[in-house]
Design a protein around this ligand. Structure first.
Ligand code: SIN
Ligand code: CO
Length: 375
């Protein structure tokens, strides 16, 4: 259980997306939920994204996993980074919970790094907001101001930015947090062998949204409206695209998303889709609805699978979007929303499940899909 020692209201008003800050002792008596050898173990797995970053003869190197050995980690100046550790490691997943004061749809994943002395990935800019939690060890961090900056490939798989002057220059100790909004240059180097936890919050940009929406339209079976020009007139200037023609093209394009509600099926599916593989257990023997109720009455709690994304829209309360799929919760929105808002559910939902057979059927289905599991 990690308890965040932070005035959240003040943090949101003063720092969130506005400026970087250091939160000393955000976690008092912090203990690592994962050990260096476990981080290395995860980096050996095919389905888990990992990287080793180090320098060789003064040249930056970045190698992608999976790895079968870790000789480089016996030397100084090396960092091993593992993505989406919350999908694979229950104790590390707990570290995401204190950040649920921010919405599910903005949380990206928990990245964990292990650095030997002097290890770091070099000066860079991230396109997401990040809380970097210091686990064991000490790491020296510098953060610069958000100004236009050259970025370049220090290695084909490692983007760096130019040198910057620091507005934050700090040594993080276990339990400290460095919050860096999107776009601020930063670099961290380990003073002692270090474990760092980065909780990233990605905000889609216009191009990502448009490209994803276009993919959704292409996949859709709905007939697409085509441009027509029944009232064509003789053209004296065939090279010119008329204003009213451009207006018509604009109208056709926008008709797909005239209102914010038009975005719901696409955005719900897109944003709830896991960016990294999930550790979904194969269910040999699906549970019946009665078994689910029995498990609750025996005191079982069900927890949401690490990294599973579950959301709903204020504007469309009858729909749930879970792992890229749309589910209906008409008639039992209270339960549906509770499943998205809470990490765990226990006996408090039994009455809601008993009241509505559709609710129980849906919850049983989600358990049988491996999305919620009894603990
Ligand atoms: C790291 O943990 O080494 C990288 C974190 C970051 O700067 O994004
Ligand atoms: Co970074």
């Amino acid at each position: 259980m990690f308890e965040l020692n932070l005035d959240i209201g003040h943090f949101l008003d003063t720092f969130w997306q506005k400026k970087p800050t250091v939160i000393k002792q955000a976690f008092i008596d912090f203990e690592d939920p994962i050990m260096a050898d476990e981080i290395a173990g995860l980096a050996m797995e095919e389905e888990i994204e990992s990287r080793l970053v180090y320098k060789e003869q003064d040249q930056w190197q970045a190698k992608s996993g999976p790895f079968s050995s870790f000789e480089k980690l016996e030397e100084n100046g090396c960092t091993l980074l593992v993505q989406a550790v919350d999908h694979w490691h229950e104790e590390a997943q707990e570290l995401v919970r204190p950040f649920r004061f921010l919405p599910n749809w903005r949380i990206d994943d928990l990245m964990v790094s292990y650095s030997t002395i002097e290890g770091g990935v070099g000066p860079h800019i991230d396109n997401y907001d990040v809380f970097i939690i210091q686990g064991s060890g000490k790491r020296h961090w510098r953060v610069g101001n958000k100004i236009a900056m050259q970025e370049f490939a220090a290695h084909s798989a490692l983007k760096h930015c130019e040198e910057f002057s620091a507005i934050i220059d700090v040594t993080l100790e276990p339990g400290d947090i460095l919050y860096i909004p999107c776009g601020y240059p930063h670099e961290g180097y380990a003073i002692e062998p270090s474990i760092n936890y980065s909780i990233g919050f990605r905000a889609p940009d216009q191009n990502e949204l448009l490209s994803s929406f276009a993919d959704y339209c292409l996949d859709s079976t709905d007939a697409a409206e085509r441009y027509t020009d029944l009232d064509m007139q003789i053209r004296e200037k065939p090279g010119r695209i008329e204003t009213q023609e451009l207006n018509e093209l604009h109208k056709i394009m926008l008709s797909k998303c005239q209102t914010p509600e038009d975005l719901i099926p696409w955005f719900g599916a897109m944003i709830s889709d896991a960016q990294h593989e999930l550790d979904i257990a194969k269910i040999e023997q699906p549970h019946s609805t009665e078994e689910i109720l029995n498990l609750f009455s025996e005191g079982a709690q069900f927890t949401r699978l690490g990294g599973l994304r579950a959301v709903y829209f204020q504007q469309s309360p009858d729909l749930l979007f879970i792992n890229g799929e749309q589910f209906n919760c008409e008639g039992f929105t209270e339960l549906g929303h509770y499943l998205c808002d809470q990490d765990d559910v226990g006996c408090e939902v039994v009455e809601l499940l008993k009241e509505d057979s559709d609710a129980l059927t849906l919850f049983t289905k989600l358990v049988n899909m491996g999305y919620w599991y009894a603990i």
